[in-house]
Design a protein around this ligand. Structure first.
Ligand code: SAM
Length: 247
């Protein structure tokens, strides 16, 4: 097999596979915490509050990785349901990397969650089938952003919400300089130290640089057919939430 497990018995194999995904998930989480000083958790909380998941809704989290956003949506919808009733929400985590999905399953889900392997550019869902679409630190990696946005528009019901959480442009020169020093020097060094992989983290920093700034990305979202698009800067624009409505 591709994992080289041919000579081990089934029980042992399960244990080893589990170990692989545990380490994917935990090194991924550790890197996020180290690179952002833990702040990515607060950004995700802010984004989940903005999406405002409600009981009975179908919420799609694209490029959902190990399910950080989907867990938040599930718990928030359930808390609202406990207060004022309604149906169970359904939260779909979609990611094209099966290892991330398996690491997320391993980390544990919520009853509302379903895990799916799929591509942001070809969503395996019918037109007008979800109440809210979210993508967190994922759209930057998608080959054609306009295609992903038009897929988001397609699967959303009329009146549905679009939310994107992504790195963006620091809004002041002071923050920009501090952030550049951090991202060009510290992040690749942390990547080397923790993941023994400087190049991937160098690439990560460059992909953040290349990603369109707040107003350019807002215009792209409008071009895809969303209305009342708003931008919320987080940590002085190091990250931003773009939010809009499908009409
Ligand atoms: N959303 C999670 C979070 O905020 O922690 C994970 C973010 S992780 C940096 C980016 C994820 O995007 C990876 O899990 C990757 O597999 C996924 N991804 C990249 N391109 C994708 C695509 N075209 N379709 C679906 N998932 C994609």
């Amino acid at each position: 097999s591709s994992f080289g497990f041919r000579d081990v018995d089934a029980k042992e194999k399960v244990k080893m596979v589990r170990g692989v995904f545990d380490s994917v998930a935990s090194s991924y989480d550790l890197m996020n915490d180290l690179m952002s000083g833990g702040v990515h958790r607060l950004w995700k909380d802010a984004a989940a509050a903005k999406l405002n998941p409600r009981p009975g809704e179908t919420i799609l989290d694209v490029a959902g990785g190990t399910g950080d956003m989907a867990r938040r949506y599930s718990r928030m919808a359930r808390r609202a349901q406990e207060r004022r009733g309604g149906e169970d929400a359904s939260v779909i985590v979609l990611d094209y990397n099966a290892e991330m999905i398996m690491a997320g399953v391993q980390k544990g889900g919520e009853p509302e969650m379903q895990w799916t392997v799929g591509d942001a550019m070809h969503l395996p869902l019918p037109d007008a089938s979800v109440d809210a679409y979210s993508i967190s630190f994922g759209i930057r990696n998608v080959a054609d952003i306009a295609v992903a946005l038009s897929e988001a528009r397609r699967v959303l019901k009329p009146g549905g919400r679009f939310l994107c959480l992504e790195f963006s442009r620091p809004t002041t020169e002071v923050i920009r300089q501090a952030y550049d020093a951090w991202s060009f020097h510290a992040i690749p060094a942390i990547g080397q130290w923790v993941a023994h992989d400087r190049d991937s983290y160098q690439y990560l920093v460059e992909s953040i640089r290349r990603f369109p700034d707040q107003s350019t990305f807002k215009a792209m979202i409008e071009t895809a057919g969303f209305r009342n698009v708003s931008v919320t800067n987080l940590s002085g624009g190091v990250a931003a939430i773009h939010f809009g409505w499908a009409i």
